[in-house]
Design a protein around this ligand. Structure first.
Ligand SMILES: Cc1cc2nc3c(=O)[nH]c(=O)nc-3n(C[C@H](O)[C@H](O)[C@H](O)COP(=O)(O)OP(=O)(O)OC[C@H]3O[C@@H](n4cnc5c(N)ncnc54)[C@H](O)[C@@H]3O)c2cc1C
Length: 388
């Protein structure tokens, strides 16, 4: 396998964060080596929510029109107690603040394919399967050990960026603390085709005594269903998902699951790294922060970490000025902590298990919906516009 023996920037992990960084660097005429240990990219839908701030930071890459074409534009998030609407968050009210006054539902494999196509159009690509299996960093360089199908290669880089996901090898081998904890609650996720009585223009969040279920429209006439459950099955089938909708969703109108296109389950943690930078090692995306999927913030925050690091990284490379990287690390950590805190509040509210507490919660959500300006503040926070 042909591998260079040196590179300025080694990016480990070609998920959304690594792809976004490699593409942004290429756009700015800076080459990086992007490697991934998987022989092929993942082809499942996973993170499907793309928020306004992410579209803004991706704009210079010229891929937003394609994302808009492939996704579904959703103007409204509505919290419900079965048939009763409790709170409406209308992203259209952000139209004086952003060009993207909506949420886009676009499956992660589509977003990754669009980023990769742009990276290739700019002359780049992903080198795979190549696994980072060891590295040593000092103040001048990083010496990396990479496992390839034909054996072990050694490579010297000026900077190493770990975009290698929640179980990050780069993070764990840099001695950077990953502070936080785990939730007891499990989640089940299913992309389905179904008869559904509510508008395809809204994401519905049903707060019920049995737990939360979120129903969000996806492209190809599909819906994403995510629910909190104690013991999620590995592959939810039609009957399982139907049971959740019957007990937690609307009581009126046709709501029949016809097909489960893809299903999965996951357990989650809430953690943020102590720093995004340790010398010549940087972290972006899930490698630096993991949290509840509430509000669909995960992939968005990771892509924004990656786009934001490009400028200070190029400066560090060209004139040795690494101060911008420390400022980036501090700012991204602040943002990650506020995302963890927001998603934690939402998750704890959604998973209350006592009847009086649920009544109080639903009353509080309804009250928030009537406080002047409050739904628009929530829209702004979910859209991550405060991260500018
Ligand atoms: C089933 C499921 C459902 C999800 N649903 C949602 C959702 O609804 N909403 C949401 O916001 N988020 C969701 N997520 C999380 C979302 O997918 C992540 O936030 C997102 O993928 C993080 O992107 P990333 O680029 O940081 O890391 P990843 O996408 O995890 O990419 C990391 C990459 O690094 C590679 N890698 C790892 N170690 C090495 C190594 N040593 N050498 C080389 N390569 C390496 C991996 O192969 C991988 O391709 C879901 C995740 C899963 C698994």
């Amino acid at each position: 396998m042909q591998l260079p023996s040196t590179t300025d920037i080694l990016i480990v992990g070609a998920g959304p964060a690594g792809l976004a960084l490699a593409t942004e660097l290429r756009r700015r005429k800076v080459e990086a080596l992007l490697i991934d240990k998987q022989a092929e990219g993942a082809n499942t839908s996973r993170a499907a929510v793309v928020h306004a701030r992410t579209l803004e930071v991706l704009e210079p890459l010229g891929i937003v029109p394609q994302m808009l074409e492939d996704g579904v534009v959703i103007p409204i998030f509505r919290a419900r107690d079965r048939d009763r609407a409790l709170l409406e968050v209308d992203f259209r009210h952000l139209e004086t603040q952003t060009r993207y006054a909506f949420t886009l539902m676009c499956p992660q494999n589509r977003t990754e394919a669009i980023l990769l196509a742009r990276l290739k159009a700019l002359g780049g690509g992903v080198s795979r399967p190549l696994e980072l299996t060891g590295f040593r960093a000092d103040s001048e360089r990083v010496d990396a050990q990479i496992k390839a199908p034909d054996g072990i290669h050694r490579l010297r880089a000026k900077w190493l960026v770990g975009c290698d996901g929640a179980h990050s090898f780069v993070r764990d081998n840099s001695g950077i603390n990953f502070e936080g904890g785990a939730y007891e609650q499990g989640f089940v996720l299913a992309d389905v085709r179904m008869d559904w009585p509510l508008s395809r223009g809204e994401v519905s969040l049903f707060f019920s005594p049995a737990g939360l279920v979120v129903v969000a429209p996806l492209p190809d006439d599909q819906f994403r269903i995510v629910a909190t459950v104690d013991d999620p099955p590995e592959k939810p089938d039609i009957a399982y998902v139907q049971g959740i909708i019957d007990v937690r969703g609307p009581t009126k109108g046709e709501r029949r699951i016809r097909e489960v296109v893809w299903g999965s389950r996951f357990r989650i943690q809430h953690r943020v790294v102590a720093t995004f930078r340790s010398g010549r090692v940087l972290l972006c995306g899930d490698a630096a922060h993991v949290h509840s999927p509430a509000g669909g913030q995960g992939m968005n925050t990771g892509i924004q970490d990656a786009i934001a690091v490009a400028e200070p990284l190029i400066r560090a490379l060209t004139n040795g000025d690494a101060e911008g990287l420390d400022a980036w690390s501090e700012r991204r950590r602040e943002i990650a902590k506020s995302v963890v805190s927001l998603t934690d509040r939402m998750t704890r509210a959604a998973t209350l298990k006592s009847w009086p507490a649920e009544l109080l919660r639903n009353a509080a959500i309804s009250l928030i919906g009537h406080l002047p300006g409050m739904p628009d503040r929530i829209a702004r926070q979910l859209a991550e516009l405060d991260n500018r």
